[in-house]
Design a protein around this ligand. Structure first.
Ligand code: ZN
Length: 244
């Protein structure tokens, strides 16, 4: 018993020493996020994968009716999106992505890369591996992730009220079972259905500012009990009961 207690104590001392040594050894090391870490300040003219990673996370902040290109090129639209993101979170709004902006993004992302208020599971109630859609599983997941960042922006704009999803990615068979359109964007991972509060019209109206070019809601056939948000090649908005 005593021997065991001593061993436990010794182990604790060793861990504590290691922690102290570790702290000393890593002092001054840059912050490392569990999902993705930026290593330089980005501004207009920057290009690269780190720009594209930033674009994904500010994709919910394009102009009204616009969709931010995820092309890895930091142009005026990206700078404007970063500015809107900064304004939304009370940061100094200069359109340049530095430590403050990245810090806010780190606060907003989980280690599995989803924004804090959304989960992979919520965006896929069909299967566990994202297979069987109209794009590869990897592409469907990537599309869903972009949508989650748009939803995070929408949620924040609506006063940080919880947003409830009822459907996201659907394989072809899940889409058939749900009676979805044969061209449904759900099969690409880039559509979501919302239910609950805020009201359907609040959701549909506000979504116009957050990068969704497919919005279907009250008054559109089959959409009186949810709001459908998605992406397609050109804008299609219809929620006549909400003035859309
Ligand atoms: Zn839908």
């Amino acid at each position: 018993m005593l021997r065991r207690a001593l061993r436990v104590l010794l182990t604790f001392v060793m861990i504590a020493s290691a922690a102290v040594v570790g702290t000393v050894a890593t002092a001054g090391t840059a912050y490392a996020d569990g999902c993705y870490t930026w290593n330089r300040t980005l501004s207009q003219g920057s290009t690269g994968e780190d720009v594209r990673q930033l674009q994904i996370r500010v994709s919910g902040y394009p102009a009204y009716g616009a969709v931010l290109a995820l092309d890895g090129v930091y142009g005026p639209a990206t700078a404007a999106a970063v500015t809107r993101f900064q304004q939304a979170y009370g940061l100094s709004a200069d359109g340049i992505a530095g430590q403050q902006t990245f810090g806010k993004i780190y606060d907003l992302q989980d280690n599995d890369c989803t924004p804090v208020h959304f989960t992979w599971g919520e965006l896929n109630r069909c299967n566990s591996d994202w297979s069987g859609g109209q794009v590869s599983a990897a592409q469907a997941r990537a599309n869903a992730l972009v949508n989650m960042w748009k939803l995070e922006a929408l949620r924040h704009a609506l006063g940080d009220r919880a947003i409830v999803t009822s459907s996201g990615f659907r394989s072809v068979s899940c889409n058939n079972a749900a009676g979805g359109s044969p061209t449904s964007r759900h099969m690409y991972g880039d559509a979501i259905d919302l239910v609950g509060t805020p009201s359907f019209c609040q959701l549909a109206q506000r979504a116009r500012y957050h990068g969704f070019n497919e919005i279907l809601g009250p008054g559109y056939p089959g959409h009186n009990d949810h709001v459908h948000l998605g992406n397609r090649s050109s804008r299609y908005w219809s929620a006549p009961n909400c003035g859309i």
